[in-house]
Design a protein around this ligand. Structure first.
Ligand code: HEM
Length: 275
């Protein structure tokens, strides 16, 4: 399996690795998920080996080097990472950082193609891209955030939540709630320029376990978007079989998704034309 196939299989079918080991040969999809899991482990071991033994001619300043350092050196008297912890951290960074970023950028380009006026404004004011970028996770890459109550508490002061209760925070439900957002289904990047309800926008979660890769994504996402929008005009590909669709049908087709670990776009045929 290629690295790309293994990562994609795990991103879309990670839950099939969870049944106990004896069950892994029961179905084609559990077999495939386990195969992908083992392949990724092997790829990660190869990366560690290469970085340690082959590629040590230059100094690296990236996330991967930080993890390798943490495995090899004690920091502030704190212990090192075991190899299992190193691989576990590499795995979560790969899984949590890959499709979230790819799908968010994909939906962003789809929306810019569906709203050419907004794309032109972004092109004209490319330096305003940072504030506009807040509009990106309209289709939240992570649709629900699972949590477990660490102690007895209450929600909205009346609803009791005993310690140990499993809670799923419905991110999409919050982002489309008309109580907090005017016309929540409209793509209006300007809504993030003035005063907006910050507690009702949590694409990266909140609190001490919020997304550790947020800044990484915001840097990477802005760089990719600025590069592409400044050089290309992004359009929806014209296909004869859809020639008679209404604009609503077109919008629904382009933004259709399936829900897995992340919100996954189904098919987004875009054309990037050189400006
Ligand atoms: C559009 C991009 C991304 C979105 C929407 C996103 C969203 C999230 C969300 C909702 C969580 C759970 C937060 C919580 O439990 O409260 C999370 C956790 C996490 N994310 Fe991201 N993420 C993105 C990109 C990235 C990237 C690029 C990386 C790594 C380079 C990353 C690494 C992680 C890790 C390691 C965690 C687990 C943190 C922990 O449990 O302490 N994410 N992310």
């Amino acid at each position: 399996m290629t690295f790309k196939d293994a990562l994609h299989t795990l991103s879309t079918q990670i839950f099939w690795v969870l049944p106990p080991g004896w069950a892994k040969n029961l179905m084609a999809r559990t077999r495939k998920a386990h195969l992908a899991f083992n392949e990724i482990k092997q790829y990660m071991l190869d990366m560690v080996h290469d970085r340690r033994n082959v590629d040590n001619s230059e100094q690296h300043y990236d996330l991967f080097s930080g993890l390798l350092d943490a495995e090899q050196h004690e920091v502030d008297g704190r212990g090192t990472l075991s190899e299992e912890e190193l691989l576990g951290n590499m795995f979560i960074f790969l899984l949590a950082g890959h499709e979230t970023t790819a799908h968010t950028l994909c939906f962003t380009f789809a929306l810019l193609a569906l709203y050419p006026d907004e794309q032109e404004r972004l092109y004209e004011h490319i330096h305003g891209v940072i504030s506009n970028l807040n509009g990106m996770p309209v289709y939240e890459a992570v649709p629900t955030i699972p949590k477990r109550a660490a102690e007895d508490t209450t929600l909205t002061t009346t609803f009791p939540v005993p310690s140990g209760t499993q809670i799923n925070i419905h991110v999409a439900g919050l982002h489309y709630n008309p109580r907090y957002w005017k016309d929540p289904h409209k793509f209006v990047p300007d809504r993030f320029l003035g005063d907006w309800p910050r507690d009702a926008f949590i694409p990266f979660g909140l609190g001490p376990r919020a997304c550790i890769g947020r800044r990484f994504f915001e840097t990477e996402g802005i760089a990719v978007m600025v590069m592409l929008v400044s050089k290309y005009k992004i359009e929806i590909k014209e296909e004869p079989e859809f020639a008679s669709e209404t604009s609503e049908e077109r919008y629904a087709r382009i933004t259709a998704f399936k829900q897995g670990l992340t919100t996954t776009p189904l098919r987004v045929p875009l054309v990037f034309k050189r400006r």
